[in-house]
Design a binder for this molecule. Structure first.
Ligand SMILES: [Cu+2]
Length: 201
Protein backbone atom coordinates (compact mmCIF):
# COMPACT_ATOMS: atom_id res chain seq x y z
CA UNK A 1 0.00 0.00 0.00
CA UNK A 2 2.73 2.43 1.00
CA UNK A 3 4.72 1.34 -2.04
CA UNK A 4 1.78 2.00 -4.36
CA UNK A 5 1.34 5.51 -2.93
CA UNK A 6 5.01 6.16 -3.39
CA UNK A 7 4.79 4.99 -7.01
CA UNK A 8 1.80 7.26 -7.66
CA UNK A 9 3.59 10.21 -6.06
CA UNK A 10 6.66 9.51 -8.19
CA UNK A 11 4.58 9.32 -11.36
CA UNK A 12 2.86 12.59 -10.51
CA UNK A 13 6.27 14.21 -10.05
CA UNK A 14 7.43 12.91 -13.41
CA UNK A 15 4.27 14.25 -15.10
CA UNK A 16 4.71 17.60 -13.33
CA UNK A 17 8.32 17.75 -14.49
CA UNK A 18 7.26 17.01 -18.06
CA UNK A 19 4.71 19.85 -17.92
CA UNK A 20 7.38 22.15 -16.52
CA UNK A 21 9.64 21.32 -19.48
CA UNK A 22 6.83 22.04 -21.93
CA UNK A 23 5.95 25.28 -20.13
CA UNK A 24 9.61 26.34 -20.25
CA UNK A 25 9.67 25.68 -23.95
CA UNK A 26 6.49 27.61 -24.62
CA UNK A 27 7.79 30.55 -22.61
CA UNK A 28 10.85 30.79 -24.86
CA UNK A 29 11.55 33.81 -27.05
CA UNK A 30 8.73 34.73 -29.39
CA UNK A 31 9.02 33.80 -33.00
CA UNK A 32 8.45 30.73 -35.11
CA UNK A 33 6.85 28.03 -33.01
CA UNK A 34 8.64 25.30 -34.92
CA UNK A 35 11.32 24.86 -32.26
CA UNK A 36 9.54 26.05 -29.14
CA UNK A 37 8.54 22.63 -27.81
CA UNK A 38 12.18 21.71 -27.45
CA UNK A 39 12.54 24.23 -24.65
CA UNK A 40 16.10 25.08 -25.51
CA UNK A 41 16.15 28.86 -25.51
CA UNK A 42 19.72 29.41 -26.63
CA UNK A 43 19.42 27.29 -29.75
CA UNK A 44 16.09 28.86 -30.53
CA UNK A 45 17.72 32.30 -30.66
CA UNK A 46 20.32 31.04 -33.01
CA UNK A 47 17.68 29.40 -35.20
CA UNK A 48 15.38 32.39 -35.25
CA UNK A 49 18.24 34.55 -36.44
CA UNK A 50 18.62 32.43 -39.54
CA UNK A 51 15.27 30.64 -39.62
CA UNK A 52 12.29 31.21 -41.87
CA UNK A 53 10.91 33.76 -39.40
CA UNK A 54 13.91 36.07 -39.70
CA UNK A 55 12.62 39.50 -40.62
CA UNK A 56 15.70 40.88 -42.34
CA UNK A 57 16.55 37.89 -44.49
CA UNK A 58 19.36 37.80 -47.00
CA UNK A 59 16.74 38.19 -49.73
CA UNK A 60 16.98 41.94 -49.29
CA UNK A 61 20.58 41.78 -50.44
CA UNK A 62 20.06 39.09 -53.09
CA UNK A 63 21.85 39.77 -56.31
CA UNK A 64 21.14 38.52 -59.79
CA UNK A 65 24.21 36.27 -59.66
CA UNK A 66 22.62 33.96 -57.09
CA UNK A 67 19.22 32.91 -55.82
CA UNK A 68 18.42 32.34 -52.11
CA UNK A 69 17.07 28.90 -51.31
CA UNK A 70 15.92 27.32 -48.07
CA UNK A 71 17.80 24.28 -46.80
CA UNK A 72 16.89 21.94 -43.96
CA UNK A 73 19.24 20.22 -41.55
CA UNK A 74 18.44 17.77 -38.73
CA UNK A 75 20.33 18.67 -35.55
CA UNK A 76 20.52 16.21 -32.63
CA UNK A 77 21.41 17.76 -29.28
CA UNK A 78 22.01 16.10 -25.95
CA UNK A 79 20.45 18.03 -23.09
CA UNK A 80 20.95 17.22 -19.40
CA UNK A 81 17.62 17.54 -17.70
CA UNK A 82 16.51 16.24 -14.30
CA UNK A 83 19.55 14.06 -14.09
CA UNK A 84 18.90 12.47 -17.45
CA UNK A 85 20.48 12.92 -20.84
CA UNK A 86 17.82 13.70 -23.39
CA UNK A 87 18.31 13.66 -27.13
CA UNK A 88 16.51 16.54 -28.78
CA UNK A 89 15.96 16.38 -32.51
CA UNK A 90 15.54 19.70 -34.23
CA UNK A 91 15.04 20.81 -37.76
CA UNK A 92 17.27 23.70 -38.58
CA UNK A 93 16.44 25.90 -41.55
CA UNK A 94 19.03 28.02 -43.23
CA UNK A 95 19.39 29.82 -46.48
CA UNK A 96 22.09 29.51 -49.09
CA UNK A 97 22.64 31.62 -52.14
CA UNK A 98 22.87 29.24 -55.08
CA UNK A 99 24.86 30.70 -57.97
CA UNK A 100 22.85 31.19 -61.14
CA UNK A 101 24.54 30.03 -64.28
CA UNK A 102 24.13 32.58 -67.05
CA UNK A 103 22.25 31.09 -69.99
CA UNK A 104 24.66 29.66 -72.52
CA UNK A 105 24.29 31.51 -75.79
CA UNK A 106 25.92 30.04 -78.83
CA UNK A 107 28.20 32.53 -80.57
CA UNK A 108 27.15 33.98 -83.87
CA UNK A 109 29.17 32.48 -86.73
CA UNK A 110 30.33 34.00 -89.96
CA UNK A 111 32.18 32.02 -92.57
CA UNK A 112 34.37 33.94 -95.03
CA UNK A 113 35.66 32.18 -98.11
CA UNK A 114 38.68 33.91 -99.62
CA UNK A 115 39.92 33.50 -103.21
CA UNK A 116 41.72 35.52 -105.89
CA UNK A 117 40.24 38.02 -105.67
CA UNK A 118 37.15 38.14 -103.59
CA UNK A 119 35.40 37.25 -100.37
CA UNK A 120 32.22 35.21 -100.08
CA UNK A 121 30.34 35.64 -96.82
CA UNK A 122 28.15 32.88 -95.42
CA UNK A 123 25.60 35.52 -94.40
CA UNK A 124 24.86 39.20 -94.93
CA UNK A 125 23.84 40.14 -91.38
CA UNK A 126 24.94 39.16 -87.89
CA UNK A 127 23.37 39.54 -84.47
CA UNK A 128 25.58 41.56 -82.11
CA UNK A 129 27.46 39.77 -79.36
CA UNK A 130 29.89 36.90 -79.12
CA UNK A 131 30.97 36.09 -82.68
CA UNK A 132 33.29 33.63 -84.38
CA UNK A 133 34.57 34.59 -87.82
CA UNK A 134 36.16 31.77 -89.78
CA UNK A 135 38.41 32.48 -92.73
CA UNK A 136 38.58 29.66 -95.23
CA UNK A 137 41.31 30.32 -97.76
CA UNK A 138 40.07 28.66 -100.92
CA UNK A 139 42.62 30.52 -103.08
CA UNK A 140 46.12 29.74 -104.22
CA UNK A 141 47.86 32.53 -102.32
CA UNK A 142 47.95 33.43 -98.65
CA UNK A 143 45.33 35.94 -97.42
CA UNK A 144 44.45 37.65 -94.20
CA UNK A 145 41.18 39.12 -93.00
CA UNK A 146 40.58 42.38 -91.21
CA UNK A 147 37.20 43.05 -89.59
CA UNK A 148 36.90 46.78 -89.01
CA UNK A 149 34.07 48.84 -87.61
CA UNK A 150 33.35 51.51 -90.22
CA UNK A 151 32.49 54.28 -87.72
CA UNK A 152 35.20 53.78 -85.07
CA UNK A 153 37.90 51.97 -87.03
CA UNK A 154 38.17 49.31 -84.29
CA UNK A 155 39.86 46.38 -85.93
CA UNK A 156 40.10 42.63 -85.35
CA UNK A 157 42.28 40.58 -87.68
CA UNK A 158 42.86 37.02 -88.72
CA UNK A 159 46.56 36.73 -89.64
CA UNK A 160 47.85 35.65 -93.01
CA UNK A 161 46.48 32.22 -93.71
CA UNK A 162 48.05 29.91 -96.32
CA UNK A 163 46.09 28.38 -99.18
CA UNK A 164 43.63 25.65 -98.16
CA UNK A 165 43.96 26.61 -94.50
CA UNK A 166 41.31 27.78 -92.05
CA UNK A 167 41.75 30.38 -89.31
CA UNK A 168 39.32 31.76 -86.76
CA UNK A 169 38.87 34.79 -84.56
CA UNK A 170 36.38 35.22 -81.72
CA UNK A 171 35.31 38.62 -80.47
CA UNK A 172 32.30 40.70 -79.41
CA UNK A 173 30.47 42.74 -81.97
CA UNK A 174 28.16 45.69 -81.41
CA UNK A 175 25.42 46.88 -83.76
CA UNK A 176 26.80 48.72 -86.79
CA UNK A 177 28.52 48.15 -90.09
CA UNK A 178 31.76 46.20 -90.32
CA UNK A 179 34.12 46.05 -93.25
CA UNK A 180 35.91 42.81 -94.05
CA UNK A 181 39.00 42.95 -96.26
CA UNK A 182 42.41 41.45 -96.97
CA UNK A 183 45.18 43.96 -96.20
CA UNK A 184 47.81 42.47 -98.54
CA UNK A 185 48.83 44.93 -101.31
CA UNK A 186 46.01 45.56 -103.77
CA UNK A 187 43.95 42.59 -102.59
CA UNK A 188 41.09 44.75 -101.27
CA UNK A 189 41.10 46.90 -104.38
CA UNK A 190 41.00 43.76 -106.52
CA UNK A 191 37.82 42.61 -104.79
CA UNK A 192 38.70 41.14 -101.37
CA UNK A 193 36.48 43.70 -99.70
CA UNK A 194 33.00 43.28 -98.22
CA UNK A 195 30.70 44.73 -95.57
CA UNK A 196 28.33 43.15 -93.10
CA UNK A 197 25.55 44.64 -90.97
CA UNK A 198 25.53 43.73 -87.30
CA UNK A 199 22.08 44.13 -85.80
CA UNK A 200 20.98 44.52 -82.18
CA UNK A 201 20.02 41.23 -80.47
CU1 LIG B 1 44.61 38.67 -99.80
Amino acid sequence: MVRTRLMVALRLRVIAAAFAVIALGLAGPAGSGAFSSAGDGSTFQELSATGPGAAAGPSSTATSSCVWKWKKKIVIRKVHRHGKVKRIRKVRYYRVCVPVKPPVVDPARLGVRAFEYGLTLSRQTLVAGDTIVELNNAGEDAHNLHITRIDSGADVAIPETPASAINKVRFDTTPGTYRLFCSLPDHAALGMDATIEVTAP
